[in-house]
Design a protein around this ligand. Structure first.
Ligand code: GLA
Length: 787
C-alpha cells in the first residue's frame, strides 16, 4: 500500500476541506479502478494503491514472441513474424495486455509471394511491418537499404535478441529525448542479417506520462567487408487501414508552417527537405488523423523528427489497404559506408497518439519537449523579455545609437538587449564579413565586453547575433581558407545572400569557429545568443573528403552544427540560445535541445503572426516560439495594426520588441510599459501552461487560442480579428481545460467552468472590452481567474 498526496488542483476539485481515501486497485491487466472508501474531516487527500504492477511497462511474451509497450495512454504491440523480422500488430489507445494478438495478421492461402517455405500463407506485403527492408516480399516503401560489396541490396534480417531496461540511452552525437529517474522504459530489439553480417538494433522508449514513443535505429557492421547504407530512415508505422488524412506544415520564408490537409488515397504522399536544414518549406512534423478528428475529439498520430537537416516524411497507401508512415534522413542526399565494426545511428522520431483531438496531440509534444528534450539552465524557465535592434537599425549603428535604444528598453521594463547582425568584421551590409567573428572597433570600441558592460550598467542583460555556419567570399576567413566553404571544383558556387556555407562536416572548421566565438564571449557578460543560418546548402562537396565518403557530408554537416552547439552550451551553460534561420527555416525538435527557443518568422506582421504562431503550435511548445512586437507599417507586409494587437499576438511566445522605442508615441510607450508588466506577471502561465487552439485563423474571420494553468485556476484567452465581419453578432468561443464545477471571474462577471466550456464565452464588451470583431486589427487577451 502506498500513500500519495494529490496536488492542490485535484484537491480543489472536491471543493471541501476533507481527507478522501480512494482505493485504486490495479487489476491483472494493469488497468485500475478507483473506489472511494472513506470520507473524513482532514486537509489532504490520500490514495491507497493496491496491486503489483506499474502503469508503464514493456512486456515480452516469450511463447508468442510478442512485445507490448504500454502506459496509461497508448499500447504499442509487435511480434517476431514467421520470417524472423518484426511485424507491427497495434499502435493506438491503451488496450489490455494478453499473450497473443497474432489473429491480427493476414494470411492468404494463395498469396502471390510467400515468404517462408514452411508457412507459405504468410506474406510481408499483407501485414504491418516494423522496419521494412528492400528486396523480399514487402513491396511498400522501404525504411532502409543496405548495399553489400557484391552489389546486392537485398536484406534478410532476423530477430536475434532483445533487452528491456529502465530509463533511456542518449543517442551519440545527436539530440534526443532523455528520461530522468524512472520516467521511461526502453526496449532494444536486435536483428541480424547473416549474409550482410549487419546488426540492426531497433530502439523504443515509452515515457510514463506521455502518449509518445521515441524511436531510432542503429546499424552495426559485424563482418569484415564494407557495406553501404543507402537509406536509413528512423521509424516506420504501418496502419492496417487507410481511412486517414495527412496533415503537413508547409510554407516559405515569411509564411512558415501553414497546416495543409491532404486526403490519403492509394499511392504515395511525401514531404521533404533537401536544403541542408529542415526548411521553411516543409516542417519535419506530420500528423495523420481521421477525417472527423478536429482540435477537440478524434484520433490522430504525429511523427516529429528530432533532427535539423534533410528529411523525408512519407505516407504510402498500398492497394491492399495498408498505410505506411515513414520518417527519416532524406536518402537522396545520404550514402553511408560502414567498415568493419562501424555503426550508424539514425536520429530519433517521436511518435505520438491521441484519441482526443489535435490539441491533445500537440500538448503531448509540448510537454515532452519542455520536460524531456530541452536541456540545461533554460529548461522550463520563463524567458527574458528582450529588445532586439535588427528592425530598428539593421546594420547601421554605433555604440551610442545602441545604448540609446537599450536605455529606452530598460525604461520600458525590458530585461535583455540583443545586438543583431553587423557588429563584426567588415559588416555594414550583407556583402561581406561573415566568418570574421571579431568585433568591429568602429561600432564596438570596447569590444563585446565593453558594450556588454555598458548595457549591464543600464540594468539590462546583454546578448548578440551570430551566423557561424556561413562565410562571405569577401572575408578574411574565406581568403585564408577557401577550401572550407562548400563548392565543387569547376562549378561556380551559388551565393545565397552573398554568402557560402562552411563545411561543418570537417571538425577543424567547427573547432576554428568555436575558438573565434569563444574569444568574443569569454570575459564578456553574455546572457543570450541568437544563432542564425540564412541560406540553404548548395554545391555540397567537401574538399577534404574522399569520393566514397561524399555521401556522408550533409549529415556530418548537421552533426557539426550540433557539436558546436554542445561545445558552446557546455562552455557557457548560462547563455540562452535562440535558433533562427531566415526566420523560421530551422524550427525543428533537433534544435530545441540546445536552443530552447526559435525565431519563428522574419514576418513580424501581427496578423500574419497569428497564422504562423498558430501553425507552429501543432508540433512545438509556446515556450519555443520567438515572437516580438515590431514597428509599423510592417516591414514585410506594409500593414499597420495597433501596438495592442501586436503585443496581444507576441505574448503567446517568448515576447520581446524588435523596434526603437524612442520612435513611438508617448501613449504607445505607456502601453509598452503595461505590456511588459503584463507579460512578466503571466509568462509562466503562457509559456508553460496547457495551450489550446480554439478557432483557426485559416478558417475563420477571427481566431482564438488559450492557455490554462496546470492547476486550472487561471487562464488567458487571445482573440484576434483576421478579417472584419461587419454587421454580425458578438462572437462566442467555447473554452477548454477549465474545471466544470469551479466559478471563474472575468472582469466583474462570474461563470461556471462548464458554462464557459459548453455554452461558450460571449465576446461582448463586458468579457472582451476593446474587442470588436466588426473591425480589422481588433484583439484582446481575456484574463480568467478561479474564484
Ligand atoms: C535573418 C534573421 C533576422 C536578422 C537578420 C540579420 O534574416 O531572420 O532576424 O537577424 O538575419 O542579418
Amino acid at each position: 500500500m502506498s500513500h500519495f498526496d494529490i496536488n492542490k488542483s485535484d484537491y480543489d476539485m472536491f471543493k471541501c476541506d476533507v481527507r478522501i481515501y480512494i482505493r485504486i486497485t490495479l487489476l491483472a491487466d494493469h488497468r485500475f479502478c478507483v473506489l472511494p472508501v472513506l470520507y473524513r474531516q482532514y486537509s489532504t487527500i490520500c490514495i491507497e494503491l493496491h496491486g503489483k504492477d506499474t502503469l508503464m511497462n514493456i512486456v515480452w511474451h516469450e511463447k508468442t514472441k510478442q512485445f507490448h509497450l504500454y502506459n496509461e495512454f497508448v499500447s504499442y504491440i509487435m511480434y517476431v513474424q514467421p520470417n524472423g523480422e518484426i511485424g507491427q500488430l497495434y499502435f493506438g489507445s491503451r488496450i489490455h495486455d494478453k499473450e497473443d494478438f497474432r489473429y491480427l495478421t493476414y494470411r492468404k492461402p494463395k498469396s502471390m509471394v510467400p515468404v517462408t517455405h514452411d508457412d507459405d500463407g504468410f506474406s510481408m506485403e499483407l501485414n504491418c511491418q516494423e522496419y521494412p527492408g528492400f528486396g523480399r516480399t514487402d513491396f511498400g516503401t522501404n525504411a532502409y537499404e543496405i548495399e553489400c560489396e557484391n552489389g546486392s541490396k537485398v536484406s534478410d534480417f532476423k530477430y536475434e535478441s532483445h533487452e528491456i531496461y529502465s530509463g533511456k540511452k542518449e543517442l551519440k552525437d545527436l539530440p534526443s529525448t532523455y528520461a530522468e529517474n524512472d520516467e521511461a522504459m526502453s526496449l532494444e530489439i536486435t536483428l541480424y542479417d547473416a549474409v550482410a553480417k549487419v546488426k540492426a538494433t531497433l530502439s523504443y522508449t515509452i515515457f510514463n506520462d506521455s502518449a509518445a514513443i521515441a524511436r531510432s535505429v542503429m546499424f552495426t557492421n559485424c563482418g569484415n567487408e564494407k557495406v553501404t547504407l543507402n537509406k536509413a530512415l528512423s521509424a516506420c508505422i504501418d496502419l492496417p487501414e487507410q481511412n486517414y488524412e495527412w496533415m503537413q506544415f508547409s510554407g516559405a520564408w515569411a509564411r512558415e508552417r501553414k497546416p495543409i490537409l491532404r486526403k490519403i488515397e492509394s499511392g504515395i504522399i511525401s514531404i521533404e527537405s533537401k536544403r541542408g536544414g529542415s526548411s521553411a518549406n516543409q516542417n519535419p512534423f506530420v500528423i495523420v488523423k481521421r477525417s472527423n478528428t478536429d482540435e477537440f475529439t478524434g484520433e490522430a498520430i504525429g511523427m516529429s523528427f528530432v533532427y535539423s537537416g534533410n528529411f523525408i516524411a512519407t505516407a504510402d497507401a498500398d492497394t491492399y489497404g495498408r498505410l505506411r508512415l515513414l520518417m527519416g534522413i532524406h536518402p537522396d542526399t545520404f550514402k553511408w559506408p560502414l567498415e568493419a565494426n562501424e555503426a550508424f545511428i539514425t536520429p530519433e522520431v517521436i511518435v505520438a497518439y491521441s484519441e482526443n483531438g489535435l490539441n491533445d496531440l500537440s500538448q503531448t509534444y509540448h510537454s515532452l519537449y519542455n520536460n524531456n528534450l530541452v536541456k540545461g539552465k533554460w529548461k522550463n524557465k520563463e524567458r527574458p523579455i528582450l529588445l532586439n535592434n535588427w528592425e530598428a537599425t539593421f546594420m547601421d549603428f554605433d555604440e551610442e545609437k545602441i545604448l540609446k535604444i537599450a536605455s529606452k528598453a530598460k525604461e520600458a521594463g525590458a530585461e535583455l538587449f540583443v545586438l543583431d547582425d553587423g557588429w563584426f568584421g567588415k559588416r555594414d551590409d550583407d556583402l561581406s564579413g561573415l566568418g570574421d567573428w571579431v568585433e568591429n572597433p568602429k561600432k564596438l570600441p570596447g569590444g563585446m565586453k565593453g558594450l556588454a558592460k555598458k548595457v549591464n550598467d543600464l540594468g539590462l542583460e546583454f546578448g548578440f547575433w551570430i551566423e557561424p555556419e556561413m562565410v562571405n567570399p569577401d572575408s578574411d576567413l574565406y581568403r585564408e581558407h577557401p577550401e572550407w566553404a562548400f563548392s565543387v571544383p569547376g562549378i561556380e558556387p551559388s551565393l545565397g545572400r552573398h554568402q557560402m556555407v562552411l563545411d561543418y562536416s570537417r571538425d577543424e572548421v567547427v573547432d576554428y569557429i568555436y575558438d573565434m566565438l569563444y574569444k568574443v564571449i569569454d570575459g564578456a557578460n553574455i546572457a543570450y545568443i541568437k544563432w542564425d543560418m540564412n541560406r540553404a546548402l548548395t554545391d555540397v562537396f567537401s574538399r577534404d573528403t574522399s569520393k566514397e565518403l561524399q555521401g556522408q557530408v550533409y549529415h556530418k554537416y548537421v552533426l557539426g552544427v550540433y557539436r558546436l552547439y554542445n561545445k558552446l552550451t557546455e562552455a557557457f551553460p548560462n547563455i540562452l540560445f535562440e535558433s533562427c534561420s531566415s526566420g523560421g527555416a530551422r524550427f525543428d525538435a533537433g534544435m530545441l535541445q540546445r536552443a530552447p527557443q526559435a525565431w519563428c518568422s522574419d514576418n513580424t506582421d501581427a496578423e500574419d503572426r497569428v497564422r504562423i504562431q498558430y501553425g507552429s503550435t501543432y508540433g512545438y511548445p509556446v515556450s519555443s516560439i520567438g515572437s516580438h512586437v515590431s514597428a509599423v507599417p510592417n516591414q514585410q507586409t506594409g500593414r499597420t495594426v495597433s501596438i495592442k494587437y501586436r503585443a496581444d499576438v507576441a505574448y503567446f511566445g517568448t515576447f520581446g520588441y524588435e523596434l526603437d522605442l524612442n520612435h513611438i508615441s508617448e501613449d504607445e510607450f505607456c502601453e509598452v510599459k503595461e505590456q511588459i508588466k503584463f507579460m512578466k506577471a503571466n509568462r509562466k502561465l503562457i509559456q508553460y501552461g496547457r495551450f489550446y487552439r480554439l478557432l483557426s485563423p485559416f478558417e475563420n474571420d477571427f481566431a482564438s487560442w488559450m492557455v490554462v494553468s496546470e492547476d486550472k485556476s487561471e487562464a488567458l484567452v487571445g482573440v484576434y480579428t483576421m478579417r472584419s465581419s461587419v454587421n454580425s453578432t458578438d462572437g462566442r468561443i467555447r473554452l477548454c481545460g477549465l474545471l466544470e464545477d469551479a466559478i471563474y471571474a472575468i472582469g466583474d462577471k462570474e461563470y461556471y467552468g462548464d458554462e464557459l466550456m459548453k455554452v461558450g464565452l460571449v465576446l461582448n464588451s463586458e468579457n472582451a472590452p476593446k474587442f470588436n470583431k466588426e473591425q480589422d486589427g481588433s484583439s484582446c487577451v481575456i484574463q480568467i481567474k478561479r474564484k
